[in-house]
Design a protein around this ligand. Structure first.
Ligand code: UDP
Ligand code: MG
Length: 313
């Protein structure tokens, strides 16, 4: 199990209790890798006390908050299971689904994904933007991205190793897993409310997560400039022809009002700035990728016998 934890002191004890009850009912030996993603509350102390009372618990302590997707990446890096399940610590991902995931894995699925059919917690606005986002990314990218996919999934050891070899910094795991193209099973579940506390995904974080998804899986937005530019040039040519024709054959010099001129200038200026911004999104990410810094930094590993902390990859 890989569980990213960021300020989850209210959820952790109940989460661990529920998860362990389910895991103990399975035959396989298991380990739970909690990744402390720079929590400022008592989460780390709680993880430590869980670890002291439960030999199946390990802790990966990151130096600061790296974000959900990188915390998951860190957990996968140090996980050792033949099958690894990633899930959130707030009980929005029901541990009771794990036996079914394992059953799918034994039947041959290399990846078992889960899809939220309903989330009690989210408002109309999040629902709408989420639908828009999945529509957009699937229209723009050739890699299929399952709408409403959760980061609650089982990965076979092979899938984990392949993901580990993919070193991109702006990680959009849902897309990366679709990109692998491994035999996949999908299980539906209805996500309940958070056990306690508030969602760590602010609007700004959600926006940058969406941008990561689109920029990492499609270069089509870059081509928008080409399409729009050609269209504008074509229209411009037609209009120029019309002006010349009217002057040469009818002696009419076309002079039209301000409104059209101003609107046209504003329209083209707006398009140019937006497309410049789109290009900037790509360039910014190229810049961050070529710096090739480690994806995350580990301050401490606890409970991994014989394994020294190594910098992240
Ligand atoms: N999380 C994390 N680092 C962050 C933000 C979140 O490790 O910077 C963890 C968090 O503790 C939880 C999971 O990622 O276990 C999902 O976060 P959250 O429940 O806030 O997201 P939501 O369910 O609202 O999408
Ligand atoms: Mg949650």
């Amino acid at each position: 199990m890989v569980v990213p934890v960021y300020n989850e002191e209210e959820c952790l004890p109940a989460f661990h209790r529920e998860l362990s009850a389910i895991l103990r009912s399975q035959v396989e030996p298991y380990e739970i890798v909690y990744v402390d993603d720079g929590s400022q509350d008592r989460s780390l102390e709680l993880v430590e006390s869980l670890r002291l009372s439960d030999p199946n618990v390990r802790a990966v302590v990151l130096t600061r908050n790296f974000g959900h997707q990188l915390a998951l990446t860190a957990g996968l890096e140090f996980s050792r299971g033949e099958a690894v399940v990633t899930m959130d610590a707030d009980l929005q991902h029901p541990p009771s689904l794990i036996p079914r995931m394992l059953a799918e894995w034994r039947k041959g699925a290399r990846v078992v994904s889960t899809v939220r059919t309903d989330t009690e917690d989210i408002g109309a606005c999040k629902r709408l933007t989420s639908r828009l986002f999945y529509g957009l990314i699937n229209a723009l990218s050739r890699t299929p991205v399952q709408p409403d996919a959760a980061d609650f999934r089982l990965l076979d050891r092979g899938a984990v190793e392949t993901l580990r070899s993919m070193k991109e910094r702006h990680r959009f795991l849902r897309g990366m897993i679709g990109w692998l193209g491994l035999p996949e099973a999908v299980i539906e579940f209805s996500a309940g409310r958070r056990a306690a506390g508030a969602s760590k995904y602010t609007w700004a974080r959600m926006f940058s997560f969406a941008a990561d998804g689109i920029v990492s899986f499609s270069t089509l937005p870059l081509k928008a400039a080409l399409i729009l530019g050609s269209l504008a040039l074509g229209l411009c040519g037609l209009y120029a022809g019309y002006v010349v024709y009217m002057f040469a054959f009818h002696g009419v010099l076309l002079i039209k009002g301000w409104a059209s001129t101003v609107l046209l200038t504003m329209f083209l200026g707006g398009c140019q700035l937006i497309l410049l911004g789109v290009t900037g999104e790509y360039i910014g990410r190229i810049y961050e990728e070529i710096k090739a810094r480690p994806l995350f930094l580990v301050r401490e590993l606890r409970g991994f016998a014989g394994r020294a902390p190594e910098p992240g990859r």
